[in-house]
Design a protein around this ligand. Structure first.
Ligand SMILES: O=C(O)CCC(=O)C(=O)O
Length: 387
């Protein structure tokens, strides 16, 4: 497998595609250059045929996950960015964040350095209420208690509930007008586009409630494993960005989100084998990293956290009270694609290839096709278990 093979497929996707010298020399100097070209070819073929929507795509692509450490993923992402080089034109797109463009902060600079950025711009209060209101009509499930409940019932029983409750129907929730207004906002899309270096594809809108855990010690460990309360790295796509929104005030007691700053850069040397394939115990992280690098993020309702979740992160278990989290995610390619597609909805793009790519994960027929497929569901469920 060579760069020439890649060029042939890339040119059939984008006739203007070319490799620059820097990229060629990076691939040329890699120990496993041939293997890198093989995974890149697999990505390009998936892009060419939209193979990431096929039933077996996820399981077929899994074999590359170990090989794709963060550096290689970034190199692959450079190719994707060059391949789909149209960018969203966000000028004039209405924003729900007043004066976002006057902010001095450039989240993507912090994201590159630390992997995380706590935005100085918050989700407006009316949006917090609107999202919480919509969530009342949606069902949430508890992986440990094997139960589901409507959000309205959760709101009414906040003082008595335990465990973590995940939104069941993410695709329908993502199609709600208010959630679309947030996911397609120029502030968020702009940060995602600059961080990814490529057109951001909207891949997930999710929400979950976290309460104190009432389980025995053994079950607590399993619960923390399954509910993202142990340190881990995400590897859902080649390059992706998660944006977390606190929908209530979060302090040290009620489950702050925790991130190990800069860990995308040094996880391989600090934690042998990395953390992509397993959950880490707290002591593994605290023994390997200075305390100052483990950031517990507290903040009022409406706080927004931009995060490269390839770095170590987790939700701190709740000691008292509760936390309600909203999450929106973008990726540069659907390769690996462990996330359910959104139903066909009225498209929110103004035209042009880049806006179409942002909505690439939308499509009713494809979603129905996938839903009917046992293999796909099995993969999906196992991935959701790990989130
Ligand atoms: O609940 C949290 O704060 C952690 C969430 C998480 O790990 C994730 O969404 O990848």
């Amino acid at each position: 497998m060579t760069i020439q093979d890649l060029l042939t497929v890339a040119k059939s996707i984008n006739p203007n595609f070319s490799f620059d010298d820097a990229l060629i020399s990076k691939v040329g100097s890699m120990n496993e250059g041939a293997e890198f070209c093989a995974v890149a070819l697999s990505v390009l073929n998936s892009e060419l045929k939209q193979g990431y929507f096929e039933t077996n795509h996820f399981s077929d692509s899994l074999k590359w996950k170990d090989f794709l450490n963060y550096d290689r993923s970034c190199l692959l992402n450079d190719i994707i960015a060059k391949l789909f080089n149209e960018r969203l034109d966000l000028s004039g797109v209405p924003s729900i964040f007043p004066n976002f463009d006057k902010s001095n902060f450039r989240p993507e600079a912090f994201l590159r350095e630390d992997g995380v950025f706590e935005s100085d711009i918050h989700l407006p209060t009316e949006y917090i209420s609107k999202v919480r209101n919509i969530l009342k009509q949606y069902k949430f499930y508890n992986k440990m208690q094997k139960k589901s409940k409507y959000g309205g019932s959760i709101e009414r029983n906040i003082s008595t509930l335990t465990g973590v409750w995940w939104l069941k129907d993410m695709p329908s929730f993502a199609s709600e007008r208010i959630l679309q207004d947030i996911a397609f906002d120029p502030y968020l899309l702009g940060v995602a586009q600059r961080f990814l270096g490529a057109t951001p594809i909207h891949v997930q809108t999710n929400a979950w409630w976290t309460f104190k855990d009432s389980d025995t010690a053994k079950r607590q460990s399993s619960s923390q494993n399954r509910n993202a309360q142990k340190f881990h790295q995400d590897q859902e796509f080649i390059k992706f960005l998660k944006i977390f929104f606190y929908l209530n005030d979060v302090n040290e007691e009620n489950g702050p989100h925790v991130y190990v700053t800069g860990s995308v850069e040094d996880y391989e040397s600090r934690i042998p084998g990395g953390g992509a394939v397993r959950r880490l115990e707290d002591h593994e992280v605290y023994d390997s990293y200075e305390k100052s690098r483990v950031r517990k993020i507290i903040g009022p309702a409406g706080s927004i956290i931009f995060e490269n979740t390839r770095g170590f992160h987790k939700g701190e278990p709740v000691r008292s009270g509760y936390r309600l989290m909203l999450q929106i995610e973008y990726a540069s390619s659907l390769y690996f694609n462990p996330i359910p597609r959104f139903p066909e909805i009225e498209a929110r793009y103004g035209g042009g290839a880049a806006w179409k790519r942002t909505s690439l994960n939308y499509g009713g027929n494809a979603e129905k096709k996938c839903r009917g497929m046992f293999g796909y569901l099995r993969n999906l469920i196992s991935r959701i278990g790990e989130l």
